[in-house]
Design a protein around this ligand. Structure first.
Ligand code: GLY
Length: 343
């Protein structure tokens, strides 16, 4: 595993390696390891590693993100005699990465954490940046910690077998990263749409690296979301409302984010912040990759869901808006302006 980059996230150092799937799953040298995965990924994990591993595998899906599963992982670590210098290795998508990181942050006040994300969404977003957690009290990611992995193994090879829906879910976040801080990635997403859609490996590798770097610059500057990390929520206030109103599962997270990105730039234009040309560019790229830019949901219901979200955060929601590519800002917005872009 020769190709790596080191990021400094607060007091933590995260070594990110670009590698093959087999390398991503290697047992860390001189450490005892507990692997944490899910029922979808487990067969692939066992086939690649080819030897029995100590593993906890949750039932795949968002429902697994509960405290009793964290307890299960902690108990297994205890039974295996893992020490603080030993490690938990998360192999899977966003749910597995969030949970492994949460369990590792608690075990003996923090054991070594290695993550090997297997989905595009987890590679470019969930596994990187130190946010960990579970759902609690009916809310997503309500309980958690900040605990960056000491090693992050990115194997774009996993993307060749990823179901289409999962792939498009991650691509929404890649588009977001390009809008936030990477005009070259933006052009690539436009000019190389065919290679991306056919999962050409060189295209995957380029796209993941660029997208990853955008997030890297942000989380290095603001690990605990005290300022610019909030920009990573571009499109997400809209997306969370859509997921809540349409019912989780009808829209994948990335599809909802894509719709939310369009709504965010439309709102920016309505407020006189960005030119119409940026709205058209965003719309064109989203449609090129097959995303819906109209939700078909009731605007009043979407606004209501946003207000619930606001309550959860016990404060005012500031929208992430844009003056154009790479020019992002936060602002509170009147309800009638939000309502006008909800369709
Ligand atoms: N997914 C947004 C963040 O990591 O802050």
């Amino acid at each position: 595993m020769s190709d790596f980059k080191t990021y400094h996230l607060g007091e933590y150092t995260c070594r990110v390696t670009f590698c093959t799937p087999a390398e991503a799953l290697q047992v860390p040298a001189q450490k005892k390891a507990l692997y944490i995965s899910d029922s979808n990924v487990l067969p692939q994990l066992q086939a690649i590693v080819g030897q029995p591993l100590p593993v906890v595998a949750f039932k795949a899906g968002e429902e697994a993100k509960i405290w009793s599963n964290i307890e299960l992982a902690l108990m297994r670590g205890f039974d295996l005699g893992l020490g603080r210098d030993d490690c938990m290795v998360g192999v899977g998508g966003g749910v597995v990465c969030d949970m492994t990181a949460f369990a590792a942050s608690l075990y003996m006040r923090g054991c070594t954490l290695v993550l090997a994300p297997t989905t595009l969404l987890a590679m470019v977003d969930a596994a990187f940046g130190g946010k960990t957690g579970i759902n609690f009290g009916g809310y997503k990611n309500m309980v958690g910690t900040f605990y960056p992995s000491s090693e992050l193994r990115i194997a774009p090879g996993f993307l060749s077998t990823l179901p289409e829906r999962e792939f498009r879910s991650g691509l929404g976040e890649v588009i977001k990263h390009a809008m936030l801080d990477d005009p070259e990635l933006w052009t690539f997403l436009h000019d190389s749409a065919r290679s991306i859609q056919s999962r050409d490996m060189a295209a995957m590798e380029y796209m993941v690296r660029r997208s990853f770097d955008v997030k890297g610059r942000v989380v290095e500057a603001d690990l605990r979301e005290e300022n610019i990390r909030a920009h990573l929520n571009l499109g997400h206030t809209f997306a969370h409302a859509l997921e809540a109103v349409a019912g989780f599962g009808l829209w994948s997270h990335g599809e909802a984010v894509a719709w939310g990105l369009h709504a965010a730039v439309r709102l920016s234009h309505r407020l006189g912040l960005c030119p119409k040309s940026w709205v058209s560019e965003v719309e064109q790229l989203l449609q090129l990759h097959g995303y819906r830019t109209q939700s078909g949901e009731n605007p009043a219901a979407l606004l209501h869901a946003m207000k619930q979200d606001k309550k959860k955060k016990a404060g005012q929601v500031r929208f992430v808006l844009q003056e154009g590519p790479c020019k992002t800002l936060l602002r509170t917005v009147a309800e009638e302006d939000v309502l006008a872009v909800l369709d």
